[in-house]
Ligand binder design. Sequence first.
Ligand code: FAM
Length: 437
Amino acid sequence: MSQLKEKLQEKIQAHRPRVTRLTKEFGSVVIDKVDIGQCIGGARDIRCLVTDISYLDPQEGIRFRGKTIPETFEALPKAAGSEYPTVESFWYFLLTGDVPTPDQVKAVEAEFKVRQQVPEYVFTALRALPRDSHPMVMLSVAIMTMQKESKFCGFYNSGKFNKMDAWEYVYEDASDIVARIPVVAAFIYNLKYRGDKQVAIDQNLDMGANFAHMIGQSEQYKDVARMYFILHSDHESGNVSAHTTHLVHSALSDPYYAYAAGLNGLAGPLHGLANQEVLGWIMDFQKKLNGAEPTKENVTKALWDTLNAGQVVPGYGHAVLRKTDPRYTAQREFCLKTPGLKEDPLFKLVAMIFETAPGVLTEHGKTKNPWPNVDAQSGVIQWYYGVKEWDFYTVLFGVGRALGCMANITWDRGLGYAIERPKSVTTDMLEKWAAEG
Ligand code: FAM
């Protein structure tokens, strides 16, 4: 058993009695109530999910295992020659809640090198798809194609399945998916945008650095990849991709089925696809400017044009957050400290939208949160480094999100969470309860 798996076993075993006690002794303690608005309005704010991987405070933003984004970056061992941690060290941290030692990180890196071999049939399947398929379709298909590798499914069908050990097989699948997904993403990028010019894995590089290498990127982009994958990993469990993954896995569908479903949710424009939409919005705006300088006035007009056309301003608003997303801030700070990037015209335009959009959205008066979310900033960095194919941006999100979703379902099985099955009601019932007050 690997060091990480052993540590995880220890943590899961220590945690199980807490859940048993809560269920047995305190199962009827009320922690929320539901109104008609929430029932019709997407279950907003209802407390009915549990996860210890991350927690989202509306004012403060995300905490991974109790740490804010700056605290997480500060605490974790860094990649060689970099001020950013490796994705592998973050994976250890998300799964166990412990900051790993450099040796523990090395062990995960070595484990990922073994796991990251993607079966050749996955590439054959991807090449058989129409080349103009959206890259999120390709990513989802690749994950589904690998389902036949599932160790969890094998365990289930072995006749020896039991609830206590099931998490170990989820952990195996989860680790395989996390290790392989950047390799698949790089393959898709090279297939779609670089004439199928494929690059072999560099066995000496950590996950983020190897992804940069495989898509033909610069030394600096290695940190971009590390930062990007970590920032996009988890946002507690109610968001569409995390919740879908949890829901599908709750039926004991294996991690491949579950994460492909999560990715399909991430591909929606109100969720992960928003970063692609942001770039699309900006490019349309620049086209309309026809060479003129962007100003506060013309940005304001463009924002109102979007709103008056009944569309949302992509990259702004959030279901839970009520302040600027710290994932936006982390990326903005990266831009500000990177020579060249802070003078980049696209960065300046995004910064001007940041100055303008909250006021416009407040005046518009609909959104509960006029501040930017993660997607408002992420495309700028990719564009600057030459990853200009913006329909690929959600794939990058999907690589990062695998970390959170896979850590979550490993724990779901460790703690034996039930199949999810909320209750539905009819409109007649709602009207009856409404009349009764
Ligand atoms: N532009 C215009 N209108 C907006 C808006 C925006 N950016 N954000 C919210 N609204 C509207 C929303 O459409 C709703 O209008 P109706 O009452 O006519 O339906 C109203 O404001 C109230 O919505 P809310 O309660 O503030 O937000 P929701 O919780 O319903 O939705 C989002 C949250 C994220 C789906 C929504 O803010 C949105 O559509 N934002 C733009 C898309 C985006 O950036 N998504 C990415 C979210 C991100 F964090 C992620 O998942 N990656």
